[in-house]
Design a protein around this ligand. Structure first.
Ligand code: NAD
Length: 499
């Protein structure tokens, strides 16, 4: 059995806490590795190494730091297949989807190559007589990030690339479900020229997270995961005086207007609802057709598409639409929620409960489900299912449809399908949700914009990546300087003009 490690001060380090957890291959259900769970002393070792390394890194000019990012991008591309395979083996997502996971992280690294431009300060000449004023953006010091299982490459890079480009040291506590890619990323960053101690990976669970939250030296905490944990980390971290940003769960609605292209809407729902087995914070889990006629047409188009979905292991390459969910517990939770949907009176139009994949009976595969006539009081509507389950809530008007999305406690992403610019514009303006798609089902902003939800989907003031990341990972120092006039006349170094 493979025993995974931490990555501390430039070296793979075995766990010393004596606590381990199993890392599964979700396609087969087999345990493929043991992962050490760090205690506070192990976290402290990483903090010490970070503290020793960070001042020299902060003093390295930003262009040299950016060159490490440039080289890292090259290494990510060179190692794309290896990274995608390792990611799929632990997460379960298909190989093309795993490569996309790496790619969307890589794009933020590319954006961070522009750090010298982003870190330029402001300057006011002659703010008063002989007075100049300037602001510098300085690194925070030692930063930490806690990441979820569903994007084990992208989300760590969204955090560590800007943090490091800004001159900080970064300690990553990745998900204990799929830790191998984060370890590989740390190795590649050092191959790209990053000094040891600047990016470290400390594996663990709540104990390691608490060691971060209560460590005096750690200045900032970034978190992405479920909302209850986001609330805990935000509250505790802020209480400890740290700068914290936390991104939580989601329940993303897609509104389908009667004038929408119904084939386009159905295709979008298939990808956004069932891609990655629904384990995306930007997955569409609620379809809201407006009017019964629209709903009937939509369901008619969805059913054959859902029944044709190919579910299988990542080893099937491109020949599979989605893979297993991440753990047996996740599977059990999804099927439990499906049962509550049935019990509470929703109409299960496509029933994936009996799904079985020959040869992979122990894998954590879940068949695709479609519910119709879901109502807002049902558990399957209120809770995040995080599986291949799409719920259709029929609305009788646009106002009712937008009201559903507005009243839901989550506010990560949403989409509207319509041919009418006026409706689309009104939707974009009024909706209280952070990321909006107009005829785009998964509106994940590109690296140079920012990513973040509203309501119970995010806690903190700044979003991830884009210009916000440079604000989150720096603090401003403003210098007011006055040089007494007349000094320049103190010496006589000039050639005297002939009189
Ligand atoms: P999770 O909350 O279970 O775990 C996230 C991280 O928190 C992991 O590193 C885990 O080790 C740690 N953790 C777990 N329990 C903890 C505890 N009791 N105390 C302290 N730390 C703890 O989330 P997950 O299952 O890995 O990821 C799925 C969730 O993440 C979904 O809710 C999804 O919507 C959300 N997500 C949100 C975004 C976003 O940007 N809003 C992006 C991706 C995923």
């Amino acid at each position: 059995m493979q025993e995974l490690t931490h990555y501390i001060n430039g070296a793979h380090v075995k766990g010393t806490s004596g606590r381990f957890t199993d890392v599964f291959n979700p396609a087969t259900g087999e345990v493929q590795a043991k992962l050490p769970l760090a205690n506070a002393a192990e976290m402290d070792a990483a903090v010490q190494a970070a503290t020793a390394a960070q001042p020299a890194w902060a003093a390295t000019n930003p262009q040299r730091r950016a060159r490490v990012m440039m080289k890292f991008v090259g290494l990510l591309n060179d190692n794309m297949d290896k990274l995608a395979e390792a990611l799929s083996r632990e997460h379960g997502k298909t190989l093309p989807d795993a490569a996309g996971d790496v790619q969307r992280g890589l794009e933020v690294v590319e954006y961070c190559i522009g750090a010298p431009e982003m870190l330029k300060g402001d300057y006011t000449d002659s703010a008063g007589p002989g007075i100049d004023m300037y602001s510098m953006k300085q690194p925070l010091g030692v930063c930490a990030g806690i990441t979820p299982f569903n994007f084990p490459a992208m989300i760590p890079m969204w955090m560590f690339a800007p943090a490091i480009a800004c001159g900080n040291a970064f300690i990553l506590k990745p998900s204990e479900r799929d830790p191998s890619v984060p370890l590989m990323l740390a190795e590649l960053m050092e191959e790209a020229g990053l000094p040891k101690g600047i990016l470290q990976v400390v594996n663990g669970d709540k104990e390691a997270v608490d060691a971060i939250l209560y460590h005096d030296v750690i200045q900032s905490v970034g978190f992405v995961g479920s909302t209850p944990i986001a609330e805990y980390i935000y509250g505790t971290g802020c209480g400890q005086g740290k700068r914290v940003q936390c991104f939580g769960g989601a329940k993303n609605h897609m509104i389908i207007m009667p004038d929408a292209d119904m084939d386009q809407a159905a295709d979008a729902l298939i990808g956004a609802g069932y891609g990655a087995a629904g384990e995306r914070c930007m997955a569409i889990s609620v379809a809201v057709p407006v009017g019964d006629e629209t709903a009937d047409k939509l369901i008619e188009k969805l059913v054959p598409r859902i029944e044709a979905l190919k579910v299988g292991p990542y080893t099937a390459g491109n020949d599979v639409d989605y893979g297993p969910v991440v753990t047996a517990a996740a599977k059990e939770n999804i099927l439990g929620l499906v049962q509550t949907g049935v019990d509470q009176g929703a109409e299960l139009v496509v029933d994936g409960r009996d799904f079985n994949l020959q040869g992979y009976e122990d894998g954590f595969f879940v068949g695709a489900h479609l519910f119709d006539r879901v109502t807002p009081d049902m558990d399957i509507y209120r809770k995040e299912i995080f599986g291949p389950v799409l719920s259709c809530v029929r609305a009788q008007s646009y106002e009712e449809a937008i009201g559903l999305a507005m009243d839901h406690e989550y506010g990560n992403g949403t989409a509207i399908y319509t041919r009418d610019g006026d409706t689309a514009r009104d939707f974009a303006n009024r909706i209280n949700i952070g990321m909006v798609g107009i005829n785009v089902p998964i509106p994940v902003p590109l690296a140079y914009h920012t990513f973040g939800g509203w309501k119970k989907s995010a806690f903190g003031d700044l979003n991830q990546h884009g210009p916000d990341a440079f604000k989150f990972y720096t603090r401003t120092k403003t210098v007011t300087s006055r040089w007494p006039s007349g000094i320049k006349e103190g010496g006589e170094f000039n050639f005297k003009a002939m009189e």
